[in-house]
Design a protein around this ligand. Structure first.
Ligand SMILES: Cc1cc2nc3c(=O)[nH]c(=O)nc-3n(C[C@H](O)[C@H](O)[C@H](O)COP(=O)(O)O)c2cc1C
Length: 203
């Protein structure tokens, strides 16, 4: 297992399943991850799945292990307002941070340099330290402010990777479509992932 962790942040945008699949894929590929859910993510999770994720960090680690049926990798969960954890500091090394799905609220706060919660702080750290920050926005349609904020984040070093389904890969079901989109999030990190459903050409 790699020593440096990958931060997975889930915010209060629709498509919580994308964040869940990102966690699943990394754990099953034996990666070390730090997980942060925004306050809004707990609400959207409940609305999309009809169940509550424990806010207590130890209980949440058990929740993910049981839900995803995996004992591999390493997971540490953090509360959205806990700025005392190691990942809040630039002196703590991390491999990358992925925010999926990312709300327009979180994008706006990161773009303005206004780090109120732990997700925004960690994103700020990744930009200032020149480490990979991958943001997967979820909103439709985008207004000019959303687009300007994403442009600014891109200029500041973030990679904007919207989860857009592919039709050329001929997904047989929703799971395959989701996996394809989530794997694309990791592409710029050159990870050794266990489950990869890639386009191999038409021949
Ligand atoms: C069911 C539900 C779905 C939502 N979907 C989105 C969305 O897709 N994109 C978005 O930007 N905000 C969405 N929101 C609004 C955000 O949750 C809200 O702006 C929140 O304050 C964002 O804060 P956060 O980024 O810290 O989670 C949704 C809210 C709810 C309750």
């Amino acid at each position: 297992m790699q020593k440096e962790s990958i931060i997975i942040a889930i915010t209060g945008a629709s498509a919580q399943i994308l964040g869940e699949r990102a966690i699943d894929l990394l754990l099953k590929s034996n990666y070390k991850i730090d997980v942060i859910l925004s306050k809004g993510a707990y609400k959207v999770w409940q609305s999309e799945y009809g169940l509550k994720i424990p806010i207590d960090t130890i209980k949440q680690e058990i929740f993910w292990r049981e839900r995803l049926k995996t004992s591999t990798g390493d997971i540490s969960c953090h509360k959205w307002d806990d700025h005392s954890v190691a990942i809040a500091s630039g002196s703590h090394p991390t491999k990358a941070m992925i925010i999926v799905p990312c709300s327009m609220g979180t994008i706006g706060k990161i773009a303005s340099g206004c780090s109120i919660n732990l997700i925004e702080r960690c994103a700020d750290v990744h930009l200032k330290e020149g480490r990979p920050l991958i943001i997967s926005p979820r909103e439709s349609p985008f207004n000019l402010i959303h687009l300007k904020n994403m442009k600014l984040l891109c200029q500041a070093g973030a990679t904007i990777v919207p989860c857009i389904p592919s039709w050329y890969s001929k997904p047989k079901n929703l799971d395959e479509m989701i996996d394809f989109m989530v794997v694309r999030l990791f592409d710029s990190l050159y990870l050794d992932l266990k489950k990869i459903n890639r386009w191999k050409g038409s021949n």
